[in-house]
Write a new protein. Structure first.
Length: 335
């Protein structure tokens, strides 16, 4: 079905983590009241009484007249036309499990950069299949965008992706601010998979740093990550796209280099000698690349694309391979 986002369409955000918090803040800057599904009782109470999320980005203050936090998922979804998903992909099904309200007349936007574990699907693919929605009523928000910087007004660049560029621009109007630059794309497949793959590659970079490799090697590793990402997209779903722009390359770079990157930190802990299990236990937030490494390997069985970096990360995370030996072997495959 065709779907057009109306100029007065109300937005709601599902999730109460750092990225959900940053997105709600961004949406309220435009003056609109934002529905907000919050499962955590402590967070919900604090948002209602103090206008702050005590667990994530607690220095971000909200105008309480512009947020409508609720633990009633159906009520939040019923009262909005545009539903933005901003949970970790591993918990998406759990978050949506109570939903009884149909989504056939909604526009669903994924702000999740991960794969639904166990289903071996991207969030867009899962929503399309599970809720019987057209790809024309599903969009993405992506690009280099650590929540910590977006919420504090640091200049950031996001890409809004819809199959209909008019819908992308209508959604973009709700996110615009002086500190947020927007671009638009119709490459739903390419940008979603790029956002998933970059998390795997950031783990490889973190491992290299933890193992003591220097900046010269990191530059080569990340260049090869970009090449591998492009090869995957071109061979799995050929389409007109420029993978040198920020939604692809920029997102890869910030996730590989930034100290905010959870995936880089997971790799760093492993490189320093932590077991995978202990490294995951030490993480305070979800590293999407852990689940993505398994899912991408499974998905690639269909395509059989050469992906030595993603394969190295998979073997370390899931097969108990030595990070040191695996990285040493990988160095012989880079150019």
């Amino acid at each position: 079905m065709e779907y057009k986002i109306g100029s007065e369409a109300r937005c709601a955000v599902i999730g109460h983590g750092s990225w959900a918090t940053a997105l709600v803040k961004q949406l309220t800057l435009g003056g609109q009241r934002v529905g907000w599904y919050v499962r955590n009782e402590e967070v919900l109470e604090s948002l209602r009484t103090a206008g702050r999320n005590p667990r994530y980005l607690n220095d971000t203050e909200f105008d309480r007249d512009r947020i409508a936090p609720s633990d009633d998922l159906d009520a939040v979804v019923r009262d909005a036309e545009v539903i933005i998903l901003a949970t970790p992909s591993a918990y998406l099904k759990e978050f949506l499990a109570p939903l009884r309200t149909p989504l056939h007349d909604k526009f669903i936007v994924s702000a999740i950069k991960g794969i639904v574990p166990g289903d071996y699907q991207t969030v867009v693919e899962y929503i399309h299949d599970r809720y019987d929605l057209s790809y024309k009523q599903i969009g993405l928000i992506s690009g280099p965008s650590h929540a910590e910087e977006v919420s504090r007004g640091k200049l950031s660049y996001l890409t809004v992706v819809c199959t209909d560029e008019e819908n992308a621009r209508m959604l973009g109007k709700r996110l615009m601010s002086e500190s947020l630059a927007l671009s638009y794309s119709t490459d739903l497949y390419g940008i979603e998979y790029a956002a998933i793959l970059k998390n795997i590659y950031a783990i490889s970079v973190g491992m290299a740093v933890g193992l003591g490799y220097g900046d010269n090697f990191l530059a080569v590793l990340i260049a090869n990550c970009a090449r591998e990402l492009t090869r995957f997209l071109e061979e799995s779903y050929p389409a007109p796209r420029d993978t040198q722009v920020s939604a692809y390359l920029g997102d890869l770079l910030v996730t590989c280099y930034s100290t905010y990157s959870r995936n880089r930190r997971l790799g760093l802990l492993i490189g320093h000698g932590c077991t995978v299990r202990s490294a995951l236990n030490e993480m305070t937030m979800v590293a999407e690349g852990y689940f993505a490494a398994d899912c991408i390997r499974h998905i690639n069985f269909r395509h059989r694309i050469e992906m030595p970096i993603a394969e190295t990360v998979y073997r370390v995370l899931y097969e108990g391979a030595s990070a040191r030996r695996s990285m040493k072997e990988l160095t012989t495959k880079l150019i």
